[in-house]
Design a protein around this ligand. Sequence first.
Ligand SMILES: [Zn+2]
Length: 292
Amino acid sequence: MLSRFYSYITARDLQNEMRGLSNYLLSCCVNTLLQTLSATWELSGLLERWDSAGVRADSHNVPLELKKVLSAMKSDHRHNTPHRDFLNCLDRNNFRLCVQHDADEVFLSILNFMQQQMDDKALALEIQKLYKVSVETRLQCLECSCIQTQTSFQLSLHLHVKEDHNSLEGCISSFLEDQELRGRDCCFCAQCERKTPSKRDVKLLSLPRILCMHLKRYRSSRGGIRKLDCRVTFPETFDFSEIARGGFSRDFAQVSWERVQGTYGKYYGGTAYMLMYRRSSKEEGRQPEFSG
Ligand SMILES: [Zn+2]
């Protein structure tokens, strides 16, 4: 199996210093995402290639406003609210900032707006490809043994978080583990012509340049939503193929990394909901398979 190294995207990836962004209504989640997107030079590079001259300047175009804000965050350091037009643009597209959003929801909505609103469809697909994970899901009916295979893609991996202590490596391993689906999780079997218990296994067919992982810290409980503030540790650098094999990865401690560790949760101030990692450039072009 080929190795696949990923590094956590931090402010160190910015060529310029990190920009503080003022909070408007409940925009803190969008602000945090903007910081991560501005550290993703691959995305800014693609947006800069976009010839947006033909786009109607009516401030409704999310990718156009994103292009502007990412550029302003890099260059104009006197302007302390470079993101205000972008926030207003989201609002005009019915993405309300008076409502609390999940980081993953904001991220997927922005990617969705790019697909809908960019006139250069080839470039919009290139942006999507930056984050695209190809997934093969195999469902085996436990009554007739019939197998259904489905290939799909995801723009972020949705990782289940346990009630107690977690590590990102553990969350990924659980995601890849075979699961038995019973009770209300039963799936429709075409051969049995009804919902039956089944075994599900997930295989990752390809991993993207930027790997986004969403930690599912909210859980439905007695008709409401409960937040899991348990600790989830995550490494600065990891080898995906080692995790897929069930091994644990090396952790390179650095001073700035200690600050990032403050978002593990529980015993520290913040809690991370979404993690973005960049694939090491020497790994480009390889397409391994990972499964449980
Ligand atoms: Zn069956």
